[in-house]
Design a binder for this molecule. Structure first.
Ligand code: SF4
Length: 315
């Protein structure tokens, strides 16, 4: 059975942790609730950290003199400097992160599409951007697994986010314990995940780990990290998953009786038509892998990219 790493996640505190939104509300997220026992969570509410209470008058971003200011229209308070000061010291003190989950559209936490108003009184936004806190945070941690809370309701996105999160954490632990584990092993066990995301880049990484030449382990792992983080940033297509299932089937078919061969082919066909969810197709493959004792596929992280309890939340 696979042993999972423990990812480090920074989280907007109002998501599942505490009712600290301006209106005293907490956002329920079944996936974050299920994730808590499996990760190290760093919840933060930047607006509470700068001394605002709950409930509070809402804030907004206002474009003024070529700058973006954080204003509380009801009181006229300009909280930009406080937020910039808090953010700088908080982000500076963070070392390792594998993932970030942020509240959408918040003037502090929103990672994109946050309303920017032309004036304090304006009724509609003139442009959109990032919250003040998230802008600095995402500048420093630009390549970790990122989700807005609303995206976690989409099963395909959640699968991508969790796969990325646990793969990056696995790689980080490999770096921390580089003498105990082997980069080649990581590369081999993640072959299906890597080819899912980018087949060409998988071959490039194979070349990097196999032909180290005179390069130090440190130099190789640094380059591997950069390329790995970049390749996992784009959500894979259903077609890419289909291609992984087809390759896995080539390993299973020789072990299978006729009736099982037909079931494997039917699973691939139904998944390809969009009639079978990814998690169900993956679960069936996992059953066949166990039934046929298929050792090579059993070691592929693709079939169990994150703890089963998490998949159960959105399937
Ligand atoms: S969005 Fe950010 S600042 Fe607003 S309540 Fe949530 S954690 Fe606090």
């Amino acid at each position: 059975m696979r042993e999972f790493p423990r990812p480090r996640i920074l989280l907007s505190r109002c998501i599942e942790v505490e009712p600290c939104r301006y209106n005293g509300v907490k956002i329920d997220s079944p996936l974050i609730a299920a994730l808590r026992p499996h990760v190290e969570m760093i919840p933060v509410c930047p607006e509470m950290e700068i001394g605002l209470g709950v409930p509070r008058d809402p804030l907004r971003l206002v474009a003024s003199g070529g700058e973006i200011r954080l204003i509380q229209p009801a009181t006229g308070r300009d909280l930009t400097e406080e937020m910039i000061r808090f953010t700088a010291s908080f982000v500076d003190a963070l070392d390792l992160l594998d993932g970030i989950v942020l509240k959408a559209r918040s003037p502090s936490c929103g990672p994109r599409g946050v309303d920017i108003f032309p004036s304090v009184e304006a009724e509609s936004a003139a442009s959109r951007g990032r919250g003040i806190f998230s802008a600095s945070l995402l500048k420093r941690f630009s390549d970790v697994a990122l989700a807005e809370e609303g995206q976690l309701g989409d099963p395909a996105f959640s699968d991508h986010f969790l796969t990325r999160l646990f793969t990056l954490a696995d790689f980080r632990e490999l770096r921390l314990h580089e003498s105990g584990r082997n980069l080649l092993q990581f590369h081999a066990e993640n072959k299906y995940i890597l080819t899912l995301y980018n087949q060409k880049e998988y071959h490039g990484l194979t070349d990097l780990v196999v032909n180290r030449n005179e390069r130090s382990f440190d130099a190789v792992i640094r380059e591997y990290r950069t390329r790995l983080y970049a390749m996992l940033s784009r959500r894979p297509s259903a077609k890419a998953h289909l291609s992984v299932f087809r390759r896995a089937a080539e390993h299973l078919i020789p072990h299978a009786e006729r009736v099982e061969q037909e079931a494997i082919e039917e699973t691939i066909e139904r998944f390809g038509r969009g009639d079978l969810p990814l998690h169900e197709a993956r679960r069936r493959f996992m059953n066949w892998i166990e039934e046929f004792d298929e050792d090579y596929l059993a070691h592929q992280t693709y079939f169990r990219p994150y703890p089963d309890a998490l998949a159960a939340v959105f399937t």
